[in-house]
Design a protein around this ligand. Structure first.
Ligand SMILES: Cc1cc2nc3c(=O)[nH]c(=O)nc-3n(C[C@H](O)[C@H](O)[C@H](O)COP(=O)(O)O)c2cc1C
Length: 303
């Protein structure tokens, strides 16, 4: 997730049971020009595995070339973004715009499948541009399968819906029923029960968690237990949350300079304390905090 799933996020999530993670999306054109690794966007470590990389773009040759580069860089999976609704990306014919362009989609899939030899190639999409039935996604999924793509992830909303309403798990089921390759369902998983419901309604083969993992690394084990029919682990208490957040802060400090961390932690700390009593007051304080020392003290004193 752009701006969220950096190295520190991934490492802390893995320590709490996350099984597979993606880098935030990178531009295929930027990657082949050699300027996409700036700012640590693609930074990783041996313990940050298995790890997928995701590219966006719309020129088949560039997508193929970028995909090959991702494989050569040692990532474990290459995903193509067919879901991003942001005008900066969709407005240029990439991301969710490709859901309405089956011919271009086919050329992109063909180029990527041809270029990548060893790692799985997948595509992540929304239900469609405007039509919420899932028919548009199903048609693109079929093309992906015909071209040799290995799996598909579907976020159960259209581009037009943005993040409004609820993800439609039945519409994800339409995609699942259309192809034989694995379909991973995505959208609004905030608990083990949500994951079970998504799997039951859509028949999907796996689930992907986005916003539910922000400041909540415990969700990964909860979902794993729910899907395996094991008793659910206990919800974390106040102290456990603080401990995890301080660990997250330490990890951020290992990879970034102090000033960047202070800015980044304003967002991250609020994820961890969301909906807890005192969270609004905490947000006010952390937003004006200027040093790591004060930041740590604010976290320690919370609650
Ligand atoms: C801040 C933010 C950044 C995101 N960045 C990406 C991205 O880089 N690539 C992608 O495929 N989806 C991205 N998404 C979409 C999520 O992966 C996911 O499909 C969506 O949030 C729905 O799932 P959720 O309800 O579990 O969050 C992003 C979403 C958010 C909120």
């Amino acid at each position: 997730m752009a701006g969220c799933t950096d190295l520190a996020y991934r490492l802390i999530s893995r320590s709490y049971g996350m099984e597979f993670c993606f880098l935030e999306m990178v531009s295929a054109e930027g990657l082949i020009r050699g300027n996409e690794n700036t700012g640590g966007l693609m930074e990783t470590l041996p313990e940050d595995k298995p790890l997928g990389a995701q590219i966006f773009g719309c020129r088949p040759e560039a997508m193929g070339e970028a995909a090959k580069k991702i494989e050569d860089m040692g990532y474990d999976l290459l995903d193509i973004n067919f879901g991003c609704p942001v005008p900066k990306i969709a407005g240029k014919g990439a991301g969710s715009a490709l859901l309405a362009r089956p011919d271009e989609a086919r050329e992109i899939f063909k180029a990527v499948v041809k270029a990548v030899k060893k790692i799985p190639v997948t595509v992540k999409m929304r239900l469609g541009v405007k039509d919420p039935s899932g028919k548009e996604a199903a048609a693109i999924a079929k093309i992906a399968e015909e071209c040799g793509m290995n799996a598909i992830t579907v976020h159960g909303r259209t581009r037009e819906q943005g993040y409004s309403g609820n993800a439609d798990y039945e519409a994800i089921g339409l995609v699942k029923a259309t192809v034989k390759i694995p379909v991973i369902g995505n959208g609004d998983i905030l608990s083990g029960a949500d994951a079970l419901r998504l799997k039951k309604i859509s028949g999907c083969d796996g689930v992907m968690i986005g916003r539910g993992g922000l400041g909540n690394p415990w969700i990964f084990r909860q979902v794993e237990h729910a899907l395996q029919g094991k008793p659910l682990p206990q919800e974390p208490g106040f102290e456990e949350r603080k401990k995890a957040l301080l660990k997250h802060l330490d990890l951020e400090l290992t990879y970034r300079d102090e000033q960047t961390v202070v800015c980044q932690m304003r967002k991250i700390a609020c994820w961890y304390f969301k909906n807890l009593p005192g969270a609004a007051e905490f947000r006010g304080k952390i937003n004006v905090c200027q040093s790591v020392e004060t930041l740590k003290k604010l976290i320690e004193d919370f609650g």
